[in-house]
Design a protein around this ligand. Structure first.
Ligand code: ADP
Ligand code: MG
Length: 306
């Protein structure tokens, strides 16, 4: 059986181009470009919690990186480097080959270099766990925060909502399952929103909950019209408002930026829907139905909810 070091060399040691030093030493060395801030984010995925046992390795490699890229997008940062920590119940080379393929295919698309990590053995009973830290660059002062939404701002959503939740409920729905297993991080959109959006977040736990984080951090309220939300075909209100794992961006912007944002949508060939507005007052979200009645709000995902 291959040793830990052979496995690392075979599957994860790729030459670093922009990092001063990549895989192979005690630490990697990075030199951010002049005038850039480093954006850093970590996500941990655990078998049985974030993905089912036996999940396809290539898709996992894609998703584990995609959720991190999505955090960069939500900050307006350009993803550059990543580290990968794996706890593996077995040195399964078929799994490693598939995982590395999914990971590097996406990494190459976005110019991300794997610069280090850790590979350890988990107990044979599992769980398999995957922890990625991503580092990105954003011009100083231009990162998109959750705080920053102002009364009167429009609220925008990219792509479609609820598809991942539908894919979880109906794995035979291939388009929906793809939304769950192989999300498309909105990296280009995030970068183009620098200096345009007043606040941004990615939808990982559900639209209502994630918009709620913008409201709390910004100290404002919001009214959203349900009919304007871009629902994935076949989804219900629960899936659209509270379904997690979509990795779309929710952002706010001054009304004067509408034309610019509509142009951006055409350039990126990505739907951007204007779904509501930011209000003065407490950090509460009201979703109105077609008759402008407040809809009961469903809760998003919370690991520690009772
Ligand atoms: P250390 O003993 O200093 O932790 P390791 O023997 O764990 O070093 O790792 C050797 C090298 O391989 C290091 O540069 C580390 O960053 C890298 N590495 C280990 N596991 C991975 C992985 N899964 N992906 C990328 N690089 C890895
Ligand atoms: Mg180590």
């Amino acid at each position: 059986m291959a040793s830990e070091f052979e496995l690392i060399r075979k599957y994860f040691d790729r030459p670093a181009r922009s990092a001063r030093l990549g895989v192979g030493d005690d630490a990697a060395l990075l030199q951010p470009a002049a005038g850039m801030e480093l954006a850093v984010s970590t996500d941990l995925l655990i078998e049985g919690r974030h993905f089912r046992a036996g999940a396809d390795a290539r898709k996992l490699g894609h998703k584990a990186l995609a959720v991190n890229l999505s955090d960069m997008a939500a900050m307006g940062a350009a993803p550059r480097w990543a580290t990968l920590a794996l706890a593996l119940p077995a040195a399964d080379e078929t799994w490693l080959e598939g995982f590395a393929r999914g990971f590097f295919t996406l990494a190459e698309r976005f110019g991300v270099e794997l610069i280090g990590g850790d590979t350890t053995r988990a107990p044979a009973s599992g769980p398999l766990s995957i922890c990625i830290t991503i580092l990105g660059e954003v011009p100083s002062g231009l990162a998109l925060y959750r705080a920053g939404a102002l009364p009167g701002d429009d609220i925008w959503v990219s792509g479609e909502l609820g598809g991942a939740a539908l894919g979880l409920a109906q794995p035979a729905n291939a388009a929906a399952a793809r939304r769950l297993d192989e999300p498309e991080p909105r990296v280009e959109l995030g970068e183009r929103l620098r200096g345009v959006a007043t606040a941004a977040i990615d939808v990982s736990d559900g639209f209502a909950q994630d918009l709620g984080h913008i409201l709390e951090r910004s100290g404002v309220g919001a009214v959203v019209e349900y009919a304007r939300l871009p629902a994935f075909p076949g989804t219900d209100a629960q899936q659209v408002l509270a379904g997690g794992d979509d990795y779309e961006l929710v952002f706010t912007a001054r009304q004067e930026r509408r034309a610019e944002i509509e142009t951006l949508a055409r350039e990126l060939k990505l739907a951007l829907a204007r779904v509501g507005s930011i209000q003065k007052g407490e950090a509460a979200l009201q979703v109105l139905d077609a008759e402008r009645r407040a809809m009961p709000l469903v809760r998003g995902f919370d690991h520690f909810a009772p």
